[in-house]
Design a protein around this ligand. Structure first.
Ligand code: CA
Length: 344
């Protein structure tokens, strides 16, 4: 009888860390990933990392720059890496402000090295592209150490969001209810102006999905966008991150939670896409309440005058939580996201 062949075991990760994850105190270092290329024969990609360990307690993994054109998380994490004192840490905090370092340096969502979208490359491969190797290191080295994960996102250069913290509605499986409830407790503790119960429309390959499948409590954000960060959204990131660490039992102190409004993104009716190219005119702004079928944006074909514009309508009632930037859209672009209000 022939039994099916076992897949070969994964190779060791090519990434090495200059920090000791088991040492107490503050360490600022780098992850080094060999990357041989024209301008550096034996060169490497360097990814900044800080480990801050105090007394016994849980481990929080804090990530920014998963997408390279999103800035609130990196600012908050560079700041936190400078500010935190191990005496106030109960457990361990692992900070990576710019996880996709090549994308971050280029100011792009995806990596200029291999075109890789890190948040679609999970769980990654140790023998894959540079982006897949980063994902694999996170999956097999960093995630097993973590109890709680916070992955900062914003809208990047093509979306702008109402600032929110979010967690996912998890698939039904043993332990998922408790894991999900804990994630929403931390979302509430983060205290962004909005808190979202989120459904992913493109969950395959995401950091979120990999971490959640490993049983980790996973929290994410969308804190603005348009290829920059605002003073207000940076403050939300800074305060929220500390609040979450305190609520997770990793940081001493008193949380400073702000009032939050809960929203639900339950299905694909939240998303408005354009099927054509053109000049976009928003008819409502971020935060506006809209009804099902209400036009939220108008696309003007700009090749010549005299062409009627096309209205894009909300697929559900709720609040406009995201909009496209900049002023021109392409076929297939996500133009707007409408989230449902939750009474609570
Ligand atoms: Ca993102």
């Amino acid at each position: 009888m022939v039994s099916p062949a076992e897949p070969p075991p994964l190779k060791p990760s090519p990434v090495s860390a200059s920090v000791d994850f088991d040492a107490k105190g503050v360490q600022h270092g780098v992850l080094t990933l060999p990357w041989s290329r024209d301008d550096s024969a034996w060169g490497s990609v360097l990814i900044p990392i800080t480990v801050i360990a105090g007394g016994p307690g849980p481990t929080a993994l804090l990530v920014g720059g998963n997408h390279g054109d999103e800035y609130e998380g990196p600012i908050a994490l560079y700041d936190l890496a400078l500010a935190l004192d191990p005496a106030e840490v109960t457990g361990r905090i692992i900070l990576l402000p710019t996880l996709n370092a090549p994308a971050f340096a280029a100011g792009t969502r995806t990596s200029p090295i291999d075109g890789g979208n890190l948040n679609r490359a999970f769980p990654g491969r140790p023998d894959g592209t540079v982006t897949e190797k980063i994902a694999d290191y996170v999956t097999r080295t960093l995630l097993p150490m973590a109890d709680v994960v916070l992955d900062f996102h914003s809208g990047g250069k093509t979306l702008d969001f109402l600032p929110f913290c979010a967690a996912h509605i998890l698939p039904d499986r043993p332990g998922a209810a408790e894991q999900e409830a804990r994630a929403f407790e931390l979302v509430a503790a983060f205290g962004a102006p909005y808190s979202v119960r989120m459904l992913e429309i493109d969950a395959e390959g995401m950091f979120d999905t990999t971490a959640e499948d490993m049983g980790k409590v996973f929290v994410t954000t969308e804190l603005g966008g348009a290829g920059t960060a605002r003073a207000e959204t940076v403050e939300i990131a800074r305060r929220g991150c500390r609040n979450l660490l305190i609520a997770a039992g990793v940081l001493k102190g008193t949380a400073d939670p702000a009032p939050t409004r809960w929203l639900d993104m339950p299905d694909a009716s939240c998303f408005v896409f354009s099927e054509e190219a053109g000049l976009i005119r928003f008819l409502v702004d971020l935060g506006a309440q809209v009804d099902t079928g209400q036009p939220v944006a108008r696309i003007y074909p700009h090749g010549r005058t005299g062409q009627p514009p096309r209205d894009l309508r909300a697929g559900r009632s709720g609040r406009l939580v995201a909009r496209h930037v900049p002023g021109l859209v392409k076929p297939g672009d996500c133009v707007a996201v409408v989230a449902a209000e939750i009474d609570s």
